[in-house]
Design a protein around this ligand. Sequence first.
Ligand code: 8YV
Length: 320
Amino acid sequence: PEAPPEILLLKQMHPLVETAFEGRFTVHQLAGAANPEAMLAEIGPRIRGLCVGGQVDAARMDKLPKLELIANFGVGYDAVDAVEAHRRGIVVTNTPDVLTDEVADLAVGLVLATIRRLPQADRYLREGHWPKAPFPLTASLRGRRVGILGLGRIGKAIAHRLESFGVAIDYHGRSRKADVAYTYHDSLIGMARAVHILIVVAPGGDDTRGLVDASILEALGPEGILINVARGSLVDETALIAALQAGTILGAGLDVFENEPHVPADLAALDNTVLLPHVGSASEHTRTAMAQLVVDNVVSWFEGRGPLTPVSETPWSPPA
Ligand code: 8YV
């Protein structure tokens, strides 16, 4: 019988991935290897499937000449060079849909936490200030307009939730969506001028790098709140820190950062930020569903049924 396909896990995966692969594939784990480069040199030529979290560029693909499939654990695959993968005939898959509701829930929670200063109020209580004086009044969601940068699956789920909060919803992206009644802006700065709360939920990568810069923050204005649940790369973090320090905007709620897991001390020192360690999809329920979709993509591929959720850069149609 043919030897089982060899799969490389580029990082510590959800335990379900390894369990599900047992007996089906020969699995290698790069994370924790004593000498990852030596390991890659040895097994790289035999690897046919790759499960990631993390960067996969042309140099990495060079070391994996037999690679057929890159299964990304996560909906955002900006760290994978999918165009280069396509050029080499490698299919890339991600984990859409299964995390949409979870990330949308988190985004709405972050909006409320930031505007009503929930973590700050919690700290206030714990530090024993309440008996001395009530917690200072906060800004409010009442009468606010919310602008969504990137009205994709998650953006729509956020908008849908926010509708029930009675706020007006605007959006900006490359194109107007036919299936929604929200107000479309063809420029981000135009939307930033019109709204009070800007929620960033567009894909990362070179096309969107630094989109939210000093001018956007200035347009958002002194009552403005920035929420980012997408990728740190979309926001100019230095400009954001300056804007928060100067009161150019009121506050920021961030689940993602430019250089994770490192968060600038200046950002953490500010009292008008709510900072989360990239937990948008991080529930047991949703991470299990994501892991299952990674597994299902890999199994489907190596059983000859094609990928389940290929990304747009590597479209797949069954051989005729
Ligand atoms: C990460 C995410 O994948 O789906 C995404 O795009 O950002 C997250 O769900 C998660 O941090 C897994 O490491």
